[in-house]
Design a protein around this ligand. Structure first.
Ligand code: SAM
Length: 447
C-alpha cells in the first residue's frame, strides 16, 4: 500500500502515504518550524493522529485523487504526454493505461479533452487480498451512499492478471453483493443492476495479491465521440486513430492524406484536432450521476472548451477511397460533425492518386485480409503501393497501420520505424516510411 513519499511543487506540499513514511514526516516537521500543508490520504489516518500529537504544526487533508486512464495498447506513452498537458500529477504508464493523480475535477477535464484514453477510472480502494471474502470486506467498508443515490443502477466488471482466484464471475458477484448489501444497510434500498447502460459502472482489478476498485467516471467509452453516424469496412476506433496521428507527429497545418479513408475516422480526428474541438463535447459521462457532481464547474469547462474552437474552414486534410459506399459514409460522418468544409474528399483508387501538396503526411490503414484470396490480392497490392509512394510522394512521410506482417517486406520500401499497436485484440504495427527522392528503394531484401 505504501508508495513512499511524493513531493509536490517546490516540496511545499508533501504527500505521505503509509506507515513507512512516518519517519520522513517526523524529519520534515523537525526541520520546518513554519506551518506546512501536509496532504494525508489512504492509510494515513494513523499518521494524522500521530502528527496531531505535537510533532507536526498543522495537518490539512487535501483531496488528491488517484485515477487510471485505460487506452489502446501501444498508446500509453502518448497518453502520458496528453495527461501532462492536462495538468495530471504523478503519472505512470503501465500496460493498457496510465495511472495519474489530481484533484477530483481533473477527471472532468480528462474525460472532456482526452483524445487517446478509453475510460477514466477513479480509484476508490486498493487492498491486499487472498480470498473472495477479503475482496467482499474491502468493498463493503466503502461509503457507497456518499458517492451515489441507491436509485442509480450499477454494473460490475472485473479484470485480472495472475489472480489465484478460481472464478472471476464469482468475484464479480461478491463485489456486486458487497455494494448492494452495504447500500441496503445504509439506505434501506438495493440498487438495481443494469448490464447495458448502468448509471454507475464499477470496475475491479486483481493482481496476484492486490485488489483495486474503481468507479468508472466515463460510462460509454471515450472513443464513442457521438460523431460517427455511418461506418465502412473495419473502421478504426476514434482514440486509436487520434493516437496514430500523434505517433506520426502530425500537427494541424501539415498536409494530411488518408488515401484509403473508409468511413473517415482518421480524417474526423484530424479535423477535430485542427479546430481544437474537445472530443467529449457532444456526449454525457458517468461522473454526472455521482452525488459530488458539480454542474456549475462542468458547464464552465464546456463553455471554455466551446470558446476555444476555431472557425470551420478548409484545412489541408485530404481523404480518398475507391469505394463509393464508404466514401458516402465518410461524407455523412463529416456532415454530422459539421466538418464537411474542413476536409476534402474524393473517390479514387490509391494507385492512381497524386500528392495534394509538396510535402505532408500520409496516415492510413490499408485493407487487411485473412482469407487466401484476399491475402494473394494484398501481396500484389503492396508492391504497387510502394511504387506509388515512391513516385508520387517524395518529400512525404507515410504511416501505415496494418496487422499484416508481410507488408514491410512486400512494399519494397525501407521502413524507418515500426510501432506495435493493438486495434482491439488485433496486434498491428504502425510502419513509418520516409519518402526521400531517389533514396527510398529497397532492393528486395528483408527488413
Ligand atoms: C481497413 S479499411 C479503412 C477503414 C478506415 N480507417 C475507417 O476507420 O473507416 C480499408 C479501406 O481501404 C479501401 N481500399 C482498398 N483498396 C483500395 C484502393 N486500391 N484504393 C483506394 N481505397 C482502397 C477500402 O475501400 C476500405 O475502405
Amino acid at each position: 500500500m505504501c508508495a513512499g513519499c511524493h513531493y509536490g511543487a517546490g516540496a511545499r506540499i508533501a504527500t505521505y502515504v503509509g506507515a513507512q513514511c512516518r519517519e520522513v514526516a517526523r524529519e520534515r516537521n523537525r526541520r520546518h518550524t513554519r506551518r506546512r500543508r501536509i496532504m494525508l490520504r489512504d492509510c494515513c489516518d494513523e499518521l494524522d493522529q500521530e502528527l496531531q500529537c505535537g510533532i507536526v504544526v498543522s495537518a490539512t487533508l487535501v483531496n488528491m485523487e488517484k485515477f487510471f486512464a485505460t487506452c489502446p495498447r501501444g498508446l500509453e506513452l502518448a497518453l502520458v504526454d496528453e495527461l501532462r498537458l492536462l495538468n495530471a500529477q504523478d503519472i505512470h504508464a503501465v500496460g493498457g493505461g496510465v495511472r495519474f493523480a489530481g484533484e477530483f475535477f481533473l477527471c472532468y477535464r480528462v474525460n472532456l479533452a482526452s483524445r487517446l484514453a478509453s475510460r477514466i477510472l477513479w480509484q476508490v480502494a486498493a487492498d491486499p487480498y487472498r480470498t473472495e471474502d477479503d475482496v467482499f470486506r474491502s468493498v463493503y467498508r466503502l461509503p457507497w451512499t456518499k458517492w451515489f443515490d441507491p436509485r442509480c443502477t450499477i454494473r460490475v466488471d472485473v479484470s485480472a492478471t495472475k489472480s489465484p482466484l478460481a472464478s472471476l464471475n464469482f468475484v464479480t458477484l461478491k463485489i456486486k453483493d458487497a455494494v448492494c448489501d452495504k447500500i441496503r444497510r445504509l439506505s434501506g434500498r438495493r440498487p438495481d443492476v443494469d448490464t447495458r447502460a448502468p448509471d454507475v459502472p464499477i470496475q475491479g482489478h486483481l493482481t496476484d495479491r492486490d485488489f483495486t476498485l474503481y468507479l468508472d467516471t466515463t460510462g460509454e467509452p471515450l472513443f464513442k465521440r457521438g460523431q460517427r453516424v455511418a461506418t465502412g469496412e473495419a473502421p478504426l476506433r476514434e482514440n486509436l486513430a487520434a493516437g496514430i496521428l500523434r505517433l506520426a507527429g502530425w500537427a494541424p497545418g501539415v498536409p494530411l492524406l488518408d488515401p484509403m479513408c473508409g468511413s473517415g475516422t482518421i480524417l474526423l480526428e484530424a479535423a477535430n484536432m485542427a479546430l481544437d474541438i474537445a472530443p467529449g463535447l457532444g456526449r454525457g459521462f458517468a461522473f454526472e450521476k455521482l452525488k459530488n457532481f458539480d454542474a456549475r464547474h462542468w458547464r464552465e469547462l464546456l463553455r471554455q472548451a466551446t470558446a476555444r474552437q476555431k472557425p470551420k474552414k478548409p484545412a489541408a486534410i485530404y481523404g480518398s477511397d475507391r469505394s463509393a459506399d464508404v466514401l458516402k459514409a465518410a461524407r455523412e460522418n463529416l456532415l454530422a460533425a459539421g466538418l464537411e468544409k474542413v476536409v476534402s474528399l474524393k473517390r479514387a483508387d490509391v494507385l492512381e492518386i497524386t500528392a495534394p501538396a509538396k510535402q505532408g503526411i500520409i496516415v492510413t490503414n490499408p485493407p487487411y485480409g485473412v482469407r487466401l484470396g484476399e491475402q494473394q490480392a494484398l501481396a500484389e497490392f503492396y508492391p504497387k503501393l510502394g511504387d506509388l509512394l515512391k513516385k508520387q510522394f517524395s518529400g512525404w512521410r507515410a504511416y501505415l497501420l496494418s496487422a499484416d506482417m508481410r507488408l514491410p517486406k512486400l512494399i519494397h520500401l525501407a521502413v524507418s520505424k515500426r510501432i506495435p499497436l493493438y486495434n482491439g485484440a488485433l496486434e498491428c504495427r504502425l510502419f513509418e516510411y520516409k519518402m526521400v527522392e531517389g533514396g527510398m528503394r529497397k532492393k528486395d531484401r528483408l527488413v
